[in-house]
Design a protein around this ligand. Structure first.
Ligand SMILES: [Ca+2]
Ligand SMILES: [Ca+2]
Length: 325
């Protein structure tokens, strides 16, 4: 009963949160027979695209796409157990190139590669130990060509980092049961420590997964999963009080996300204005969609989310015609 109430409160608050349109790409750790990547549309509140990126050699498919990070141009998709990163179209998921990490086997052999985030041309990745009880957790830092430029170790035992995201100058991480801020001392650039925040709003049977942020609005999102549901949440973070308050955006399994899979990586991609079908280009296909839905309350074509498809939506397409194409 108590839990039902908290979900209802979450749904009630949902409309008051100010975030911009965009897409949250989600991994699916544990999906069988092979993992895929799911795109959640923040405007329509639906999963509207599913991809299964193909890495170079057959037999080198990852067991999970352990990283989803956007650099403003491309979406980067990593692997938790393969030293490859694919650069893909951030809307369609079409593979543009595949790059091998230039890193030592010794390091990789003892660490999983989990979620990643970009900051100022640097690429930060959460790399927890295989065995969290007896090895160090690492932040692996490379340039955008995936040449290593830094490592930071955390000496805390049993600290299995998963999600990672920069918001402004703050670096946040998740473990299955905690949300923390990484503390980076410039004097000791081979180390990081962390401060654990008090997290509220997420049911205790959910484990935390990937983090993603919208660089423009600085909105921060976290993905979670329990045995019976997966969900995306907006996080309101207070660095002084060291608190994080989660508000439900959507549950996922009722929208096609596989039950039991964990969204351990997540990346935000902003939408292109006027782009109805979400292919990253506002063109005649989007124009026709709005015209055919004109006067209806179809969510897909209601670009300004005011409940009706009308001239306001048509103008959004016309004024942005050619954007992203
Ligand atoms: Ca389009
Ligand atoms: Ca509208």
């Amino acid at each position: 009963m108590k839990r039902t109430l908290s979900w209802m409160v979450g749904l009630g608050l949902m409309v008051s949160i100010g975030y911009t349109d965009g897409y949250l790409w989600l991994s699916a750790e544990g999906e069988t027979p092979s993992p895929r990547v799911y795109r959640f549309n923040l405007r329509t509140r639906q999963i509207d695209h599913v991809i299964a990126p193909s890495f170079i050699q057959s037999g080198n498919q990852p067991t999970e796409y352990g990283m989803l990070a956007y650099d403003g141009q491309s979406l980067y998709i990593g692997a938790n157990n393969r030293k490859f990163v694919a650069r893909v179209n951030p809307y369609t998921g079409a593979v543009q190139s595949v790059t091998a990490y230039n890193m030592c086997e010794c390091f990789f052999g003892h660490h999983w590669m989990r979620d990643g985030a970009f900051k100022n041309g640097e690429f930060w990745r959460a790399a927890p130990p295989h065995d969290p009880s007896n090895q160090l957790s690492v932040l692996y830092i490379s340039d955008s060509a995936f040449t290593p430029i830094g490592l930071r170790y955390n000496y805390t035992l049993n600290f299995p980092t998963i999600g990672i995201e920069w918001v402004g100058d703050q670096l946040y991480l998740t473990t299955p049961d905690s949300f923390v801020r990484a503390v980076l001392d410039p004097e000791e650039d081979y180390l990081f420590t962390h401060e654990t925040y008090s997290l509220s709003g997420i049911p205790s049977d959910h484990q935390l997964g990937g983090l993603a942020s919208d660089a423009q609005s600085e909105a921060l999102y976290v993905a979670t999963a329990s045995a019976t549901e997966s969900a995306i949440w907006h996080l309101e973070v207070d660095d002084v009080a060291q608190t994080a308050t989660a508000t439900l955006i959507a549950t996922l399994n009722d929208k096609g996300y596989p039950l039991g899979a964990i969204p351990a990586s997540m990346g935000f991609v902003p939408s292109v204005p006027g782009d109805v079908n979400g292919d990253g280009c506002t063109d005649d296909a989007d124009l026709l969609s709005v015209l055919f839905a004109f006067g209806s309350n179809s969510v897909a074509e209601d670009l300004n989310s005011d409940g009706i498809v009308d001239d306001a939506d048509l103008l959004l397409v016309l004024f942005n015609f050619g954007s992203g194409c």
